[in-house]
Every structure is written in structure tokens, then in C-alpha cells.
Design a protein around this ligand. Structure first.
Ligand code: SF4
Ligand code: SF4
Length: 71
């Protein structure tokens, strides 16, 4: 069961992939279908394995990531 929920603000994300590389559970991936207004493929969660470690949110240079802890 998921321990955390990660949300990406797709309008802010610039597709730098730092969050993708830092996630220990391989939760995040750049979208292959979505493109935001700035022309970037935003990151998105691809599984329910988030453990709410917040590494991705700390790493994001644009503060585009919110992490919620689930009970
Ligand atoms: S909070 Fe941790 S486990 Fe969850 S998506 Fe971010 S880096 Fe991955
Ligand atoms: S680190 Fe932030 S800006 Fe970079 S891909 Fe992840 S969410 Fe987007």
C-alpha cells in the first residue's frame, strides 16, 4: 500500500529529471504524452510505491513537487 502521495505541478515543471533520478522507489518519470505551456514534458508518478521520503521535493529546483504522508 502506498505510504505517500506525490503531486507534480505540471505548469511549473521544466522536465529536468532530477526528481526522477533521486527517487529510491522509481516512482517518477517524465511524461511521454503531456507537454506543458513552456514546452516541457512534466514528471509524473508511474506507480504507487511512494514512501514519502520527500527526496524528490527537496531536489526540485522549481519547487514543483508536493509530498503527502498517507496513514
Ligand atoms: S517522496 Fe520519495 S519515494 Fe515518493 S516520489 Fe518522492 S523521492 Fe520517490
Ligand atoms: S525536479 Fe522538478 S522541475 Fe525537474 S523534472 Fe522533477 S518536478 Fe520537474
Amino acid at each position: 500500500m502506498a505510504k505517500g502521495k506525490v503531486t507534480i505541478n505540471e505548469l511549473i515543471c521544466k522536465g529536468c529529471e532530477l526528481c526522477v533520478s533521486v527517487c529510491p522507489k522509481h516512482v517518477l518519470k517524465l511524461s511521454e504524452t503531456k507537454i506543458n505551456a513552456a514546452g516541457y514534458n512534466p514528471a509524473e508518478p508511474v506507480n504507487d510505491d511512494c514512501i514519502a521520503c520527500t527526496a524528490c521535493a527537496k531536489m526540485c529546483p522549481d519547487c514543483a513537487i508536493t509530498v503527502e504522508k498517507l496513514d
